[in-house]
Design a protein around this ligand. Sequence first.
Ligand SMILES: NC(=[NH2+])NCCC[C@H](N)C(=O)O
Length: 495
Amino acid sequence: MSSIQLKSAESSAETTIVIQSETNKGKLRLGSLTALVIGSMIGSGVFSLPQNMASGAGPLAIVIGWLITAVGMLALVFIYQSLALRKPELNTGPYAYAKAGFGPFVGFNSAWGYWLSAWIGNVSYAVVVFSALSYFFPAFGEGNTWQAVIGASVLLWLVHVLIMAGIREAAVVNLIVTIAKIAPIVLFIEVAVVAFKVDIFSADFSGLGNASLGSITAQVKSTMLVTLWVFIGIEGASVYSARAERRKDIATATITGFLTCLALYALVSLLSLGILNQPELAALKNPSMAGVLEAVVGPWGAILINIALVVSVAGAFLSWTLLAAEIPHAAAKDGTMPAFFARESNKGVPSASLLITNLLVQAFLLVTLFAQSTYQALFSIASVAILVPYILSGAYAAKLAITGEAYQPDESRTGPVIIGLVATVYGLWLVYAADPAYLFMCAVLYAPGIIFYAVARRRAGRQIFKPVEAFFAIALVAVGLLAAYEMWTGAVSPF
Ligand SMILES: NC(=[NH2+])NCCC[C@H](N)C(=O)O
């Protein structure tokens, strides 16, 4: 599909039909959509849950952490479901919702943040894959040695080539990988159920026996970016909604994906606490599911999990590269990002957007090498970055419910208002719970977006900022500069 056709589609109904029948070839059914949601949700996070959760919290705080996350995430799930049904024309997901609700500049930042999160998450993926491979090849260390960075770069460009060969083939690969990666997780759970000891689980239930963990609140806060990270991808069906064959499938796919993942995650982290105690779990190397399984069944357990992680993350890497490239591409089509990002290959792949995204991943891999960044630091930055689109989706849903826009006059709106507010408050609580170093890092990464936005608006011949937007832009630049300065002096360090 050429960009000329796309432009003319806006003005001529005839060309629109041509384009629709062309893109229908790539339409996704319920099964593939669900696989896409689970596939983009389960990546690396689950495999490190035992250590990541136990490193700052005891069993009680971990249970509370999951409860808060379940409520907040479920609210988000409902929001994406209801937005997909009530605003079917906004089919590029989080980005389109923020724009419709709060204007083009806020919309832009939602797209930018989603994109940031997606590609930085991919950097963390590359790191953790090689950390897992170090079980077999010790030179890869924690995934941030030079050998690992070379390996990660090869993986990156391999995925690039795969996607350039056609987005449809990539979705099929994703389906197969999704099935292949769930099996070892289920096996882990089965083994853990048998090996679970209640007295290990309940010995220091509050975690207060280990003074270094701090209060229950501090413990709960420490789990928040981890539990957020494992659920990122929940909005996958919404981002892909334009490609769904039937719109109602989006809702079913999202709910099924959410419940499946919630069950797997909660079981993995809670059952582990009945096998090793908190200090033991906290000391495990990641992917820590490997250490737990090894403690029960011996070395083959670790080998299995390390291989499962590689398969799982390879698949998630693929779906996240697809998602990442899709965002600036969609934003460029309506003049929110520079037109360059809208370019497509003759197979309909958003080639320019894909290339820039992967060049950024490549650059950050080098940063990883020099700053010795860890998997946990990288995924924490990616988690914080996605809060902007999440909070804005919640706020938009709340706004629709409060004003009654897109609701029938006789429809009760109390439930939707509450759900919208719950999701928004969950997001704001996460900002509070996050380490300031990660917030600072994100400010530095958000600020340059303003340049892209200004270029796009100018080229499109539109006013760049409304007064309120100008105020936000200036504030963002100020915080970004302050953050950059603090990071430069070493006062805060995200790595
Ligand atoms: N590359 C990304 N941005 N991935 C985000 C999704 C993370 C996913 N929930 C995981 O557990 O691995």
